[in-house]
Structures are given as structure tokens and as C-alpha cells.
Design a protein around this ligand. Structure first.
Ligand code: NAD
Length: 248
């Protein structure tokens, strides 16, 4: 039971829920790879982990770039000898109503949230097949169900759900599971980009009346990553305080 001595790569883990998921996995005995786009934030996250006696290395890479992703996976395997857990967490939201959203914003949202997860999954899966073990965990969003002003983000996250389910079918014979977490509003720096009145309106739609915390998501990541979760596959787990029951 657990993830002791497993090797986990978490994209976008110099911040927010990715960082907390990496921390909790490291505290549970995994060696973790901290990926993000900014060298300084990757270095300080790795330093924070290693100062606590945890096993962590950094890998700066833009996950929407195939070469960078392949380099990151190579670094992981040469440093730790294997890769067991991939958390496709890196993401961003450049939303807006349909009439306003630019093509450039559409492209970057799809490139990071969806294509990035595809590239990372493709780059790691051979190593997982070789070891007959793997856990791919995708961080989508409750917004995959649809959301006003979220055409790009919702499309990207809906694509991620499709990718999750398909990889679950394609890879499960090799001991690899692919599952998805769909968070509601979680207290992370990502929410800083939302105007205060939008955040207030969104919170009003949350049955719990509060934001989720990064540990709410880390708990779900640990569950899917566990050696004993091997028969839980191709699922979407909402961690959203019940918000998924309401449209919009
Ligand atoms: N915070 C929420 O309320 C919320 C709700 C639902 C889903 N999510 C999803 O959860 C995930 C984590 O979000 P968060 O709230 O922790 O955000 P965050 O902004 O704190 O962290 C996201 C990290 O991804 C990194 N990143 C962005 N583009 C990248 C790229 N091309 N390559 C590598 N790294 C990149 C960022 O630098 C950042 O450090 C995202 O996929 C997000 O869409 C967040």
C-alpha cells in the first residue's frame, strides 16, 4: 500500500495544487520531479523540499513543447531510474466571452492544458509499460462541464477528460491507470487572476460556500497514485464541494 519509493513527475508544481501534491507524495516516500516554466521558482521549490529531507529534483520545461518534455522525462529516468506517477497539473485560464476571446488565447489554453498533458503522457508511457506499472493523473476542472466565458478553458478540460478515459482503455493491460480530478474553486495563486466580483459570484454558486484547499486535491492525487488503486481506472473524481451538480 502507498507510494513509497515511487517516482512522481508533477507538471506545474512550483505553485498551487501541483506543489502541494508533490509535497504530499514526497512526504509519503516518493521521489518527485518539480516541473515548471520558471527556473527561479523551480529551484526554490526543490530547495524547500530537500531542506525537509525529501527527495526532489527540478526540471524546467514548457510542457507544450515536445523537445522540452522529452528532455524532462529523460532527466527523470536518468536521475531516478524510472517513472511511476505522472500528474498532468500545469494549466492556465485565459477566458472571456466568445466574442472577445482571441485566437492566441485559445491556442495557449489548449496547448498547455490539453496538448501538454498529451505530450507528457506520450513521453512517459513507454517507461511505464516497461515496468508494468503506472499512474497518470490529470487535473481537469469542474469547468469541463461548461461555464459562461470559459469556452477555451472548458474545451481544453473536456478534452483532458476524453484523453483520461481513452488512455485508461489503451494502457490498462500494462498495469497503468489513467484518472482525472475535476476541482471546483481551489485556493491557489491561479484565482488571483479573477476579478474580485467574479470570484464572489462564483463562490455564491458553491454549495459549500467556501473555497477548496490544496490539500483537498492532494488527498485525491494520493488516492489515485497509490499502489492499491490499480483497479480504479478511467474515472473523473469531482473535488468541488458539490458544485458539479449545478450548471453554468
Ligand atoms: N485553482 C482553481 O480553482 C482550479 C480549479 C479547477 C482546476 N484547476 C486546475 O488545476 C491546475 C493547477 O492550478 P493552480 O490553481 O494550482 O494554478 P497555479 O497557477 O498556482 O499553478 C499552475 C502552474 O502551472 C505552471 N505552468 C503554466 N504553463 C506551463 C507550461 N507551459 N509548462 C509548465 N508549467 C506551466 C505555472 O507556471 C504555475 O506554476 C491547473 O491545471 C488548473 O487549470 C484550478
Amino acid at each position: 500500500m502507498g507510494i513509497n519509493n515511487r517516482v512522481a513527475l508533477v507538471t506545474g508544481s512550483a505553485s498551487g495544487m501541483g506543489k502541494q501534491a508533490a509535497l504530499r507524495m514526497a512526504e509519503n516516500g516518493a521521489a518527485v520531479v518539480i516541473n515548471d516554466i520558471d527556473q527561479g521558482r523551480v529551484d526554490s521549490t526543490v530547495a524547500e523540499f530537500t531542506q525537509r529531507g525529501l527527495r526532489a529534483i527540478g526540471a524546467v520545461a514548457d510542457i507544450s513543447n515536445r523537445e522540452a518534455v522529452e528532455g524532462m522525462v529523460q532527466k527523470t529516468v536518468s536521475e531516478f531510474g524510472r517513472i511511476d506517477i505522472l500528474v498532468n497539473n500545469a494549466g492556465l485560464d485565459r477566458g472571456g466571452p466568445l466574442r472577445k476571446i482571441s485566437e492566441a488565447d485559445w491556442d495557449i489554453v489548449l496547448d498547455v492544458n490539453l496538448k501538454g498533458a498529451f505530450l507528457c503522457s506520450q513521453a512517459v508511457h513507454g517507461h511505464m509499460v516497461e515496468n508494468k506499472h503506472g499512474r497518470i493523473i490529470n487535473i481537469a476542472s469542474r469547468a469541463w462541464l461548461g461555464g459562461v466565458g470559459q469556452s477555451s478553458y472548458s474545451s481544453a478540460k473536456a478534452g483532458l477528460v476524453g484523453l483520461t478515459r481513452t488512455l485508461g482503455l489503451e494502457l490498462s493491460k500494462n498495469g497503468i491507470t489513467s484518472n482525472c480530478i475535476a476541482p471546483g474553486l481551489i485556493h491557489t495563486p491561479m484565482l488571483d487572476t479573477l476579478p474580485a466580483e467574479d470570484l464572489k459570484a462564483l463562490l455564491a454558486m458553491h454549495p459549500s460556500g467556501r473555497l477548496g484547499e490544496v490539500d483537498d486535491i492532494a488527498d485525491a492525487v494520493l488516492f489515485f497514485a497509490d499502489d492499491d488503486s490499480g483497479f480504479v481506472n478511467a474515472q473523473v473524481l469531482y473535488v468541488c464541494g458539490g458544485r458539479s451538480l449545478f450548471a453554468g
